[in-house]
Design a protein around this ligand. Structure first.
Ligand code: SF4
Length: 304
């Protein structure tokens, strides 16, 4: 007999079904999810978009020369909170506003896999009750990162939102649910990856971190990367791409290819919060994730 689903689980499952169906990956949710649970979800009346009802998606821009799609911005991270923010600005503007970006420091020495948890804890201890930049003033939690210290795949976002600040964990709001779905579409589980951000304290109002804030905090991120040594890093959004690569470029010019970064392959894609705002870009994000899968040697799932 099928176990009852609570409403939160049902909503999360329905969201996952919609995401996979949007990508035509129907097999994916049929595989991990018990058919009886699916039947229960459907009998509970939780709407799931049928593939035929999904509007056609625009063609993915595969080359830097293609017209730049609308790109995420400072306020895009507002989707971390329940209330969408109206002050959406083009990402290009957000990038040009960044006046100075520090070059990434030298790569640290390798840490043995069995020592990585302790090495990450040491960074947590060094961060302490950090007041190195102004973001400490309004934070509730320092959101260090979460995941497998030996992960082959790392996701790097911009900074914590309201849900993350409240829970002390990265990507736990709506954007986090979408990221979970993206990871599931890759055939992985969230706990098999490592997830962190450029800044560890929530920028007030979910604004883009100022250069001095990102430059002050990002050395901790580089140390996390050097400890985990992931095979592939996915930069979620322009802020992560900018501060990881140490260069200002529109997202359109960075997506669709593999960047060499600190011994890892780095792929740039849209921030999940932006994808919540503009779901038409999910297919382009999926194309980016497939590049990451190829780097990891993962097989692309069958499309329906
Ligand atoms: S964002 Fe980083 S540098 Fe700034 S206070 Fe928080 S932990 Fe410290």
């Amino acid at each position: 007999m099928a176990r009852a689903l609570d409403s939160a689980t049902r909503d999360a499952l329905a969201e996952r079904l919609r995401f996979y169906r949007e990508l035509g990956l129907v097999d994916l949710y049929r595989r991990p999810v018990n058919e009886a649970l699916l039947a229960q979800l459907e009998s509970a009346g939780t709407a799931v978009v049928e593939p035929a009802s999904i509007p056609p998606q625009p063609q993915a821009a595969q080359t830097p020369a293609a017209p730049a799609p609308p790109v995420e911005a400072a306020s895009e991270l507002a989707s971390h909170s329940a209330t969408p923010q109206p002050n959406f600005i083009p990402e290009e503007s957000a990038i040009s506003a960044r006046k100075s970006i520090s070059a990434p420091p030298q790569i640290g020495s390798a840490v043995a896999p069995e020592d990585r948890s302790a090495a990450l804890l040491q960074i947590v201890e060094e961060i302490g009750d950090c007041k190195r930049c102004p973001l400490h003033k309004e934070r509730h939690s320092i959101v260090f990162g979460q995941g497998d210290p030996n992960a082959r795949l790392m996701f790097v976002g911009e900074g914590p939102g309201a849900d993350e600040d409240a829970q002390g964990l990265p990507f736990v709001g709506r954007a986090g649910q979408l990221l979970n779905n993206m990871i599931g579409a890759m055939g992985l589980k969230r706990e098999e990856t490592y997830i962190c951000n450029v800044v560890k304290c929530r920028p007030p109002g979910n604004r883009t971190p100022e250069p001095d804030e990102a430059n002050t905090c990002s050395p901790f991120l580089f140390r996390q990367i050097d400890v985990v040594r992931p095979q592939v890093i996915v930069a979620l959004g322009a802020t992560a791409a900018t501060y990881l690569l140490g260069q200002r470029q529109p997202l359109a010019g960075l997506r669709g290819r593999v960047h060499a970064f600190r011994g890892s392959s780095l792929i740039v894609t849209y921030h999940p919060a932006y994808l919540l705002r503009d779901p038409r870009q999910k297919k382009e994000a999926w194309a980016d994730l497939q590049i990451a899968m190829k780097e990891l040697g993962l097989k692309a799932p069958q499309r329906s």
